[in-house]
Design a protein around this ligand. Structure first.
Ligand code: ACM
Ligand code: ZN
Length: 552
């Protein structure tokens, strides 16, 4: 057994201890674990704690990661301790733990972490970090949790070094309820840079969320470099200006007021690869969304030949649903397939999200080419034309070994059995999909849209509409009523969405997403619910969320 170990020697100046008090709660983590018991003893992690794992085994990579985090936390010169303790990673064969489950047992001299696969070890480490009030990547420690005591060395000029963190020992056995636990982010309406997306992913991983749905294209901007079509980044990544105020506050026919600032942004393919890898290292799969056939004004400014009108379309600077959409014909399919080929190269995800929502049929009704496609394919109306569009794209993605996710509108006009439905207009899409044998992911806007207000709009920053306060999110049950046991298996999980029309900076994004993402994580992972206890545990994480909401 090779040891991943670290040992730092140094000098001690003086020492201050934040006193520990006992709490009622067993585990202090979000999402709540399946089983937890509290010991009478405590366990102190310090620079003397060794991380022990077998090389060339699934646990090794995660052990290295933990070692890196602890090194960052205890980076100061240290006194030599008389005793040592360790965190040991052990491969398990307990089937109940599945791919993502783990057992974390804090003895007197060693913590053992058991799991079947890398993700399980990783989630055990996230629990451990939360238990010790260590933020993802070790870049922040806080001391509000009564179970936790930190010992800080001070060198007398206000600078402190973390010597150790001690807390009540616990034993946790844990595994998730749903395999798909997703969080969505719209970077088309407002853009978040690579560093911000990484911080976002850190926090998702910290809450055991395992899918990042990256909404990369929309009417207001195209945010992903596609080598074959350079105008996507030269033209479609820009809009001339952005609407001021809430679009619902404008009266009918009232001219829109704009800020007069050109807004341009995109990720290069290198940046995309960096983020995909960063997410993978945190056991998060990135699912890219390339919107079609609606929400396509930006792409059609750059390549108007794939629209029905062939000219006069611009990336828009206001919010809503727009009538210019992709024209339904073979040349458009080849164009989208070229784009998706590059997307598949960049994203190893089994799922590719192809949008499919809010596609007005106005242009298709007037367009001779679309009408010809309908005739040739024997389609009775434009809903069937949309279904034909989606099926054609799905066939292409299936040929590449990928599966599609689409918003629930793709059910209109018929859907193949292999498509997965993302149910956003309430639960009915997910319900219908599961009844028919399609997989579904529950994202009902009334519960899981985090761009909606979380409290009284009069005292909140401008938000989209509606109200999805924390308690409402927490009480959402992702299994729609009326499904039998077999149908329920088609509900593979849930997700929360954050559309960013009114979220133009990272602190505001954090404010909108936290603590609601904590509630999301608990209903996706844990089978039992207790809102009062959740609020208690939330108090422990609140200093971290506050920190993330601060402007840098
Ligand atoms: C959606 O909110 N248009 C999926
Ligand atoms: Zn057309």
């Amino acid at each position: 057994m090779k040891k991943v170990s670290f040992l730092l020697l140094g000098i001690i100046f003086c020492s201050g201890v934040v006193k520990a008090q006992h709490t009622e709660s067993c585990s202090d983590i979000i999402p709540a674990p399946v089983e937890c018991k509290e010991y009478k003893h405590s366990f102190e992690i310090s620079s003397q704690t060794e991380v022990v794992a077998n090389v060339n085994r699934p646990e090794y990579k995660v052990a290295k990661y933990l070692e890196g985090v602890l090194k960052k936390v205890f980076s100061s010169p240290k006194h030599v301790k008389k005793y040592k303790n360790s965190i040991n990673f052990i491969l398990s064969s307990d089937k109940k733990l599945g791919k993502e489950g783990y057992v974390l047992d804090m003895g007197r001299k060693q913590i053992t972490i058991e799991a079947n696969e890398e993700a399980g070890f990783f989630y055990a480490v996230q629990s451990l970090l939360q238990l010790y009030n260590i933020a993802p990547n070790g870049d922040y420690i806080w001391t509000k949790n009564d179970s936790v005591a930190t010992k800080v060395d001070s060198i007398g000029n206000g600078t402190g070094y973390m010597v150790s963190i001690r807390r009540t020992a616990v034993k946790i056995a844990d595994y998730p309820r749903f395999s798909y636990r997703g969080k969505h982010l719209d970077v088309a309406r407002h853009f978040f840079n690579v560093e911000e997306v990484k911080r976002y992913l850190d926090l998702l991983a910290y809450h055991k969320i395992n899918r990042f749905h990256w909404h990369l294209t929309d009417d207001q901007g195209w945010r992903i470099e596609i080598k074959k079509y350079p105008l996507l980044t030269q033209i479609a990544s820009c809009r001339d200006h952005t609407m001021i105020g809430h679009y619902k506050d404008y009266k009918k026919d009232e001219p829109v007021r704009y800020d007069g600032k050109k807004y341009c942004a995109f990720y290069t393919q290198e940046e995309i690869k960096e983020i995909v890898q960063y997410a993978a290292d945190r056991y998060i799969t990135v699912i890219p969304e390339i919107e079609m056939p609606g929400h396509s004004c930006a792409v059609l400014e750059a390549y108007p030949q794939y629209s029905c009108r062939k000219s006069g379309i611009k990336a828009v600077g206001s919010w809503g649903v727009f009538e210019d959409v992709l024209c339904c014909n073979d040349s458009t399919f080849r164009f989208m397939e070229d784009i998706l080929s590059e997307v598949c190269e960049l994203f190893p995800s089994e799922y590719i999200h192809i949008g499919g929502d809010e596609c007005p049929k106005t242009r298709w009704k007037e367009c001779p080419i679309c009408q010809r496609t309908m005739k040739e394919q024997g389609l009775k109306d434009e809903n069937e034309l949309q279904s034909y569009f989606i099926r054609t794209i799905e066939k292409f993605l299936l040929s590449k070994g990928r599966r599609i996710i689409g918003w629930d509108e793709i059910l209109d006009g018929g859907v193949t059995r292999t498509a997965t439905i993302m149910s956003w207009r309430g639960e009915k899409g997910g319900y219908a999909a599961a009844k028919d044998g399609n997989d579904a992911i529950m994202v009902p806007e009334q519960y899981l849209y985090f761009n909606w207000y979380q409290a009284n709009p009069e005292t909140e920053p401008l938000a989209f509409s509606g109200l999805t306060p924390l308690e409402k999110v927490y009480h959402y049950n992702p299994i729609p009523e009326g499904l039998n046991a077999e149908e329920q298996k088609h509900i593979i999980g849930l997700q929360a969405n954050t559309w960013t029309e009114y979220i133009d900076n990272f602190p505001l994004l954090m404010y909108m997403d936290y603590p609601r993402t904590a509630a999301l994580s608990e209903i996706g992972w844990s089978s039992s619910r207790d809102y009062d206890k959740f609020l208690q545990r939330l108090k422990i994480l609140t200093p971290l969320y506050r920190k993330m909401q601060q402007k840098k």
